[in-house]
Design a protein around this ligand. Structure first.
Ligand code: CA
Length: 223
């Protein structure tokens, strides 16, 4: 394991936080500890991490807010959700929102370390900020889509939409999750706004790579 692997732990429970910090740092990770949504946002906007461990119940909001803020900035750092709530809905929301994995509390430290290793290993594919799926390449920094070798301009919303679908390629993403990921809180999109953006995306992608799964949502075909 690279000793320079940097983790951000976002967890408000002081006892659990201290214990995790010690275990992670003993395992050659350099770990920073944020205790709130605000704190987490600040760390993420000022430093680079290899993976995020994210608690959901934070004093000033939900960990899902931190996740949403990062994904909206196209920050692809992998996220492992640590949740005491084992409600299916929270997990689905987390995974739909772009989390990579989740672990239900209480968990054993070796299990956590093994998940973190897997996450960091997988994330090395994102080091160049390029996301590839078949002949599609998303350049997250430049916000450019390439189909085969041709650059295709996307509006910020189209980009975000494609990003959410790509992140979940091969799985259905609900319309509600897409709306939540694409529009700001308080914005009131037209009821067919997602359909319209999907329509434009399909044209730009060429072909029917985005499938409508009636009554459920949309799915980007995994190749
Ligand atoms: Ca908590």
């Amino acid at each position: 394991m690279n000793p320079a692997t940097r983790l951000l732990l976002i967890e408000d429970d002081p006892q659990l936080g201290r214990a995790l910090l010690k275990s992670l740092n003993d395992s050659v990770y350099a770990t920073s500890w944020a205790r709130s949504v605000e704190d987490g946002d600040l760390y993420l906007q000022t430093q680079r991490f290899d993976a995020i461990l994210l608690d959901l119940g934070l004093p000033d909001g939900s960990g899902l807010d931190v996740l949403k803020h990062m994904r909206r900035r196209n920050d692809l750092t992998p996220v492992l959700i640590l949740t005491a709530r084992d409600a299916v809905e929270d997990r689905v929301r987390g995974l739909d929102g772009g989390a990579d994995d989740y672990l239900v509390k209480p968990f054993a430290i070796p299990e956590l370390l093994s998940r973190v290793r897997a996450l960091v290993r997988r994330s090395s594919g994102f080091a160049s900020s390029l996301w590839r799926l078949g002949e599609l390449t998303l350049d997250v920094d430049a916000r450019v889509l390439r189909v085969a070798d041709t650059a295709v301009d996307l509006s910020p919303r189209e980009f975000q939409l494609l990003y959410l679908l790509a992140r979940n390629a091969g799985r259905v993403v609900s319309r509600a999750s897409l709306e939540e990921g694409v529009f700001d809180l308080g914005e009131e999109p037209e009821s067919n706004a997602i359909e319209v953006h999907i329509h434009h995306l399909r044209r730009k992608l060429g072909g029917q790579r985005i499938r409508t799964v009636r009554g459920l949502g949309y799915l980007l075909e995994a190749e």
